[in-house]
Design a protein around this ligand. Structure first.
Ligand code: 5MY
Ligand code: ATP
Length: 490
């Protein structure tokens, strides 16, 4: 990328989250990721923009030196910080403004610093030594936390039975973040059991919220920009997907078509999530199991009794396993972490200069990873242990909020790629790559907020399920047994 020859007409709005706005190049497989700041406080925006370089460099270092060693070399693309002409950034910001979803407009793109992150466009295939035949398809999944807390510090028993995502749904509906309840449960997706994973994926397709997006040729074709703006027509999605799964068979149509195509899609996603494409290693597949009690959520609509096979576990090097292992660095739960955070805070209150030495806010160099790998869990009462636990918790938080990108492209007939780069469907062959995005460090200062939010989620869940129990809802059991995709018109 030649930064002195930037032209806003060559870039278009791609998407955004809470903290960054992404534009993609119209030809090359590149994106620019800009920081965002609260709109109501321009003074603060100027100040924050001054710090933008340090912030972005921290993101790169954290992805590269901390998350990459945990998650695997091939899954993580840390990118680089670039400095862009301010004129280009301002024109670009004007250009993308009308594309932005209303719910994200409480923040503005950083137009003051000129700094951004340049990353590969992960909606496109990352194994570049193959000629793509046809537009790439990409499935983005934000899986969220895949286990139940096992810490003895947990004070509310419900946290050992119902996962955070399922509990949080009740609060999100009540505060208007989403209009309909998602039946997706992360524990089903992370189970490694193909039946449960398919069930989770069907539920994501039913109600995508911000946990599922599908792109074709880099364009969003399925998913929600916000609660008001959703592209969720499964029949339309089927039309997009047909050429990938039934390239030679134009005859597939009618009521079964949608179900057949969606099932092919789900099989492909499941295969990609369970493959070891991050390491390209073949040979014996070791499995990672989490104990039975922690792997099932009582709020999931999947009924345990219909499992054909017992507990499955995840292949050791697959993307889900890597993410889950990083998430499980949170082994004391926010309830156990909060007192450790207070210990660090008290120490920093007495010795403020130690903040730099303890590398609370970076720099995230190679040494950080070695320190964080230490899994000794007993608390010896020292500040060093408290800092290590806090930093491990922050890594886990990042892993609980990242997204998986599965890029797929039809495999040309004359190409013979390595078997672990191809997914064979019933009627086609697809080359694929798996990546992980949004690996930013979570702010240290956010820990008190996390603690408070945890209490709110649990209390609200208990309150709302208690209210529903009187009178009881007899349909719940029926739902649990239903493993088929029900197509509603949307
Ligand atoms: O707390 P959660 O689980 O709601 O996660 C937040 C996400 O909400 P979600 O529940 O996935 O819709 C939230 O996503 P949305 O803005 O809702 O799309 C952010 O990812 C937020 O991270 P950050 O503060 O921007 O770094 C996330 O906050 P962190 O908890 O990761 O700090
Ligand atoms: N390298 C990339 N290639 C393709 N698309 C990307 C890339 N990075 C981000 N995106 C898209 O932009 C969206 C927003 O990016 P991202 O999740 O990094 O933002 P965020 O503000 O950090 O999110 P959050 O709300 O989780 O804090 C993603 O959901 C994804 O669709």
């Amino acid at each position: 990328m030649e930064v002195d020859k930037m032209d806003e007409n060559e870039w278009k709005y791609h998407g955004e989250g809470n903290k960054s706005l992404v534009v993609s190049h119209v030809e090359h497989s590149q994106v620019l990721r800009f920081l965002k700041y609260p709109a109501e406080d321009p003074g603060n925006s100027h100040k924050a923009a001054k710090e933008a370089f340090g912030h972005l460099q921290n993101i790169v270092d954290f992805s590269k030196n901390v998350m990459k060693p945990f998650l695997g070399e091939n899954y993580v693309h840390h990118g680089e910080v670039v400095h862009l002409p301010l004129d280009f950034v301002r024109q670009l910001s004007l250009k993308v403004e009308q594309e932005r979803p209303e719910s994200r407009c409480d923040k503005v793109m950083d137009i003051f610093s000129g700094y951004a992150l340049c990353l590969p466009n992960l909606t496109k295939l990352q194994t570049c030594h193959f000629s793509e035949s046809g537009p790439p398809l990409c499935i983005e999944i934000k899986p969220k936390c895949g286990f139940l807390p096992f810490s003895s510090h947990v004070t509310k028993d419900v946290k050992h039975r119902v996962c955070r995502f399922c509990m949080h749904q009740h609060l999100k509906l009540a505060n208007g973040k989403w209009k309909r309840m998602s039946r997706y449960c992360p524990l089903d997706l992370f189970s490694g059991n193909k039946q449960r994973m398919s069930f989770a994926l069907k539920n994501l397709l039913q109600e995508a919220q911000n946990n599922l997006k599908i792109f074709k040729n880099g364009e969003l074709i399925y998913g929600c920009k916000d609660d008001k703006d959703c592209l969720q027509d499964l029949n339309e999605l089927t039309q997009h997907l047909k050429p990938y799964f039934f390239p030679a068979n134009g005859l597939i149509h009618g009521p079964h078509c949608t179900r057949t195509v969606i099932n092919e899609l789900i099989n492909v996603i499941t295969t990609a999530l369970l493959s070891n494409s991050g390491t390209c290693r073949t040979g014996e597949i070791r499995k990672v199991h989490i104990s039975e009690g922690r792997a099932h959520c009582d709020a999931s609509h999947f009924h345990r009794d219909i499992l054909r096979k017992g507990h499955c576990g995840l292949p050791k090097d697959c993307v889900l396993s890597k993410i889950l292992q990083a998430q499980m660095l949170d082994n004391v739960d926010i309830e156990g972490l909060h007192p450790l955070y207070n210990r660090v805070e008290q120490y920093l209150g007495e010795f403020p200069k130690e903040r730099v030495k303890l590398q609370i806010d970076g720099p995230y160099n190679e040494n950080c990873f070695e320190k964080l790998r230490n899994s000794q869990s007993e608390d010896d009462g020292t500040v060093d242990t408290a800092v290590r636990k806090v930093q491990q918790y922050r890594v886990a938080m990042t892993a609980k909020d990242c997204s998986i990108m599965i890029a797929l492209s039809p495999c040309p007939d004359d190409e013979l790629p390595e078997p672990n780069l191809v997914i064979q469907t019933s009627k086609s062959r697809l080359i694929y790559s798996v990546s992980i995005l949004d690996l930013d460090p979570k702010p240290y200062e956010n820990i008190p907020h996390q603690y408070k939010l945890d209490g709110q989620i649990v209390n609200f869940y208990l309150k709302s399920t208690q209210a529903k129990q009187d009178p009881p809802t007899p349909t719940l059991f029926m739902d649990s047994e239903d493993c088929t995709l029900v197509l509603h018109s949307v």
